[in-house]
Design a protein around this ligand. Structure first.
Ligand SMILES: NC(=O)C1=CN([C@@H]2O[C@H](COP(=O)(O)OP(=O)(O)OC[C@H]3O[C@@H](n4cnc5c(N)ncnc54)[C@H](O)[C@@H]3O)[C@@H](O)[C@H]2O)C=CC1
Ligand SMILES: O=C(O)[C@H]1O[C@H](OP(=O)(O)OP(=O)(O)OC[C@H]2O[C@@H](n3ccc(=O)[nH]c3=O)[C@H](O)[C@@H]2O)[C@H](O)[C@@H](O)[C@@H]1O
Length: 444
């Protein structure tokens, strides 16, 4: 098996590169961000992901994984994974494809057929609007005259479980060109994924359009499930019901299932929010916007959760947060990640800060990123120090260490025993019996 290149070594690409090297492939990771590149090249994880430090150090030490800023170093690879970002465009919901197009154009001059005339394989993993792969495939044919083929292989990993999801995904999807080119591309990628395929992990082959749509359909479904349960939380709040009991009860129905029914502050991160917006924007371009109008509601329900949390905090501070000490537990968009992209926790902390509250944010892993994106927001690495003098504690990200907090010990630090559980993750009985006023989002 020839070498592999991974272009774009962020949350997706760096983990993919290290996992492929750990499986025995020779991998070169191409990364343009100097700080990220320096850390990766030294075998140090540039972001928090459980198990990644050890995996990366091992892969670099094995000699099978190296990193570079120079795309020319990818020329010897037979398979090139495209893993650059596709953020939301500042002027609207659509995906910004600048990074994809720039990386792709930079790669083109280095693509060449390999032994026995087998074409090089470019594998798209970034999440893109449907139609992107078709456009890139045409450009590839034009620029290389058949010396390279494009395969679209969407990625489904979750941050916090990135290694496990890369090595043992629920399924693998190949979007292939028609005919013999598709057969050869499939064989080439099968050899890269031989370990997973050998363990019986399902591999589905589709056309380009379906493969791109599978990815955004999956994220849209997950976002819809979360907003559905948050809409039920709104009903529970209006009627005195308990959304956690409701979720448990409906989740026993196998057709519904218990996962992704945790109501609270809603979804954030670098993927679900921007993917549903980009999907709507693309549907509009295709004249199919009516098919996805429900996603507008999914987005609206989700954003209402953040505003509602702010209102609950104001109510907990007797109608005015200005000058009140509010300790926000968690800044990342989910536990076990330092990612603060579109983080609900950070959004709520910022809104309270803007309203004049004396906010302090703590988080086990994300504070460096908070300082970068919200330099004016006060942060405190020590949980004890953050809790000292708190007039309201707001649980925004359900990190393990916050779930393990002793309400009695926390009560001794706080100035006022008032807690807002925005993730429905704490035990109300334990907190109330330690003298706390406990309020959650979706249960009384
Ligand atoms: N983060 C996640 O859990 C998942 C992300 N995805 C998708 O994967 C893509 C990447 O996402 P992330 O890794 O989260 O983004 P990221 O922003 O963390 O990583 C992208 C990396 O590409 C680098 N880059 C940009 N242009 C480059 C170029 N021309 N050459 C080399 N490197 C370049 C950037 O410096 C950055 O480090 C997105 O489309 C995202 O939607 C899909 C599944 C999971
Ligand atoms: O396309 C992507 O990048 C990835 O997006 C999500 O993964 P991720 O963003 O890492 O995190 P999730 O576990 O999906 O959580 C997303 C958000 O939803 C929230 N969430 C999740 C579950 C739930 O029940 N309730 C809830 O509010 C989390 O707190 C978090 O803010 C998908 O789960 C992955 O399959 C996908 O590959």
């Amino acid at each position: 098996m020839g070498a592999i290149s991974v272009i774009g070594c962020g949350y997706l690409g760096a983990v993919h590169a290290a996992c492929m090297a750990d499986l025995g492939h020779h991998v070169v990771g191409v990364e343009t961000d100097a700080e990220r590149l320096a850390a990766l090249a030294a075998g140090r994880a540039p972001f928090h992901e459980p198990g990644f430090d050890e995996l990366l150090a091992r892969a670099v030490a094995s000699g099978r994984l190296r990193f570079t800023a120079d795309i020319a170093d990818a020329a010897d690879a037979r398979v090139h994974f495209l893993c650059v970002g596709t953020p939301q465009r500042p002027d609207g919901g659509a995906a910004d494809l600048t990074y994809v197009d720039t990386a792709f154009e930079a790669l083109l001059p280095h693509l060449r057929a390999h032994e026995a005339g087998r074409p090089a394989l470019v594998v798209g993993k970034s999440t893109v609007p449907v139609g992107t792969a078709e456009r890139l495939a045409d450009r590839l044919a034009e620029a290389t005259g058949g010396a390279a083929t494009l395969l679209w292989n969407p990625e489904f990993l979750r941050e916090g479980f990135a290694i496990q999801d890369t090595v043992s995904p629920d399924r693998i999807v190949y979007g292939l060109p028609p005919g013999e080119a598709g057969d050869v591309a499939r064989e080439t990628l099968d050899a890269v994924y031989a370990d997973a395929l050998g363990r019986g992990i399902p591999r589905l082959t589709t056309d380009y359009a379906t493969a791109q749509l599978v990815k955004v359909a999956a994220n849209s479904f997950l976002a819809t499930k979360i907003s559905f349960i948050n809409a039920m939380a709104e009903l529970c709040e209006a009627s005195g019901g308990d959304v956690t009991e409701l979720a448990q009860a409906i989740g026993y129905d196998e057709r519904i299932g218990p996962k992704f029914l945790r109501a609270g502050l809603g979804f954030g991160g670098g993927c679900l929010p921007k993917d549903i917006r980009a999907f709507m924007a693309r549907a509009g371009e295709l004249g199919a916007d009516e098919a996805l109008t429900f996603l507008r509601e999914v987005d609206a329900v989700n954003l209402r959760r953040r505003a509602h949390a702010v209102n609950l905090a104001i109510a907990a501070c007797d109608g005015d947060v200005s000058g009140r000490r509010i300790t926000v537990l968690g800044a990342s968009f989910k536990p076990d990640s330092d990612d603060v992209r579109d983080s609900p926790a950070l959004a709520v902390a910022s809104m309270l800060h803007e309203r004049g509250a004396d906010v302090v944010v703590t988080d086990p892993a994300a504070l460096e990123n908070v300082r970068r994106v919200r330099p004016l927001l006060p942060v405190e690495p020590s949980l004890e120090a953050a809790l000292s003098g708190a007039e309201l504690v707001l649980l925004a990200t359900e990190w393990r260490e916050y779930l393990a907090l002793d309400p009695v010990a926390a009560g001794a630090l706080a100035a006022r025993r008032s807690i807002l559980d925005c993730r429905n993750a704490l035990d109300p009985v334990a907190w109330r019996s330690a003298g706390w006023t406990y309020k959650a989002m979706g249960r009384s």
